[in-house]
Design a protein around this ligand. Sequence first.
Ligand SMILES: NC(=O)c1ccc[n+]([C@@H]2O[C@H](COP(=O)([O-])OP(=O)(O)OC[C@H]3O[C@@H](n4cnc5c(N)ncnc54)[C@H](O)[C@@H]3O)[C@@H](O)[C@H]2O)c1
Length: 349
Amino acid sequence: MVIAVIGCGRIAQNAHFPALSKVEGLRIKYACDLIIEKAQAMKEKYEMVENVITDYKIALADPEVEAVFVLTPNFAHYTVTMDALRADKHVFCEKPVTVNYALSKEMADEANARGKILNIGVCNRYHKSVEMLREMNERGEFGNIYHVYCSFRSHRSIPGLGGAFTTKAESGGGVLIDWGVHFFDLILYILGAPELKTLTCNSYNEMAKDIKSYTYKSMWAEDTMDPEGTNDVDDMITGFIRTSSSSISFNGAWAQNIGHNEMFIDFMGDKGGARLAYGKKFTFYSGDTLESFEPEYDIPNMYLCEDEAFFESCRTGEKNRSHIDNILNSMLLLDTLYQSAERGEEIRL
Ligand SMILES: NC(=O)c1ccc[n+]([C@@H]2O[C@H](COP(=O)([O-])OP(=O)(O)OC[C@H]3O[C@@H](n4cnc5c(N)ncnc54)[C@H](O)[C@@H]3O)[C@@H](O)[C@H]2O)c1
């Protein structure tokens, strides 16, 4: 397979290039970034990278390129993906699909109209813990999961303050679209894609109202921080969702004046429950024996799994768990939560 990677920033360097380098027979004909040094660094590190470019349209015009990876900031997902689909390429696009539901739906429609695969980077769907919890739910081991609670809260984690992450026009939002996207997507996946009924949400932008007065010990994406830039996104979010199966309540914070990081999801069933430590393992609590256990298993590289699953879909044409058609609902959920926060009222779908 011949591909191009568009965007050679953090997720490309830390996750996808290392994963792609393990895929047998893969040719990365182009590594592309607006900042040529980033693409060049990938070429120097990975022998399989053949060319470096700054204009992704060169890769799209090359008939040998069958698929592209879109690893740019959120707002650019839409334009680059639409251009790639129109050039008859399959696309793997990082999460979130893009900055809102309407544009995400257009991307899905374009991919389906052209018969091209469009997969989204919902890596957690390939996490062994998530796969196991989904199977346990399918086997009825929880009984009825009547409620899910999730917390994605950190003491100090606003990323690249003043840059693309905190500028709504570029990111689509803050902690909800950046972290919540993973939590809600994996919850809906484990629950078996329930229908969304009502959603209500409040969002807050309190911790860095004045960018210059935000105090922190470390900041991820600090290289793209801009003290003169914008911060118009949610740094804290809370809400409640009713679905056709479980209800879901949640709290998320990129920053809070509580000195704890709490990243977990509780699945509450009438026969059993589970707490999933996000990105790690889970504990199952039996309602009958009152015992708990932590199953033993290895956690494979979820980025490699999602990348290989994408290539398999390109070969077979079959839509898999990360196909856009299976992700749109989590995008609708995020979008509706933001609308609820803006309008200050519950929304019924
Ligand atoms: N799946 C995950 O767990 C995960 C983790 C981190 C980031 N992400 C997602 O990955 C995406 C990238 O995040 P990041 O942290 O790597 O950002 P980043 O800023 O480090 O990298 C993005 C790169 O894209 C380049 N770029 C922007 N527009 C371009 C264009 N038109 N053509 C070519 N290159 C272009 C930028 O120069 C930059 O180097 C975001 O959408 C983010 O939400 C996903």
